[in-house]
Design a protein around this ligand. Structure first.
Ligand code: ZN
Length: 149
């Protein structure tokens, strides 16, 4: 059976501040620049979710788009839209970099989709910043031993 990949785009707006207690105040300013501003700032994040699968012989689709939309809305958009990412429990001890955020989005979504279906998660943070992660669809980053920054 032929396989194909569909990528859907989602959006949320959120505030954050790049800061880690593992660096001094000066090191934080040097490392994160204006993103370390104590007052925080916001982004219009764009999330790309790529799902692969067999092309269904009847629907000729790899998935029901409405089901993916509902899952992403419930798991990602409702959690982060118009929120301060630094206040999210996941980021209590982690910096809200695009790298950490895209890994966490993967972790949230991989558990909600049938095994092996999630191919890639992409995240646009700014006009010039795009992050992506394609981990193992059967495991999450903790099992892969990716360290938390
Ligand atoms: Zn930022």
């Amino acid at each position: 059976m032929s396989q194909a990949t569909i990528t859907r785009r989602y959006r949320f707006c959120a505030a954050h501040r790049l800061h880690t207690d593992q660096l001094s105040a000066e090191e934080n300013r040097t490392t994160f620049g204006k993103c370390n501003n104590p007052n925080g700032h916001g982004h219009n994040y764009v999330v790309f979710v790529s799902v692969r699968g067999d092309i269904d012989p009847i629907t000729h689709q790899v998935l029901e788009v409405s089901q993916l939309d509902a899952a992403v809305e419930q798991i990602v958009v409702r959690r982060f839209d118009h929120q301060d990412l630094n206040r999210d429990p996941e980021f209590a001890a982690q910096t809200t970099t695009g790298e950490n955020l895209v890994l966490f989005l993967w972790e949230l979504l991989v558990d909600q989709l049938p095994s092996g279906r999630l191919v890639k998660v992409g995240l646009i943070e700014t006009r010039d910043n795009y992050f992506e992660y394609s981990g193992s669809a059967e495991s999450n980053r903790r099992e892969e031993g990716v360290s938390h920054g």
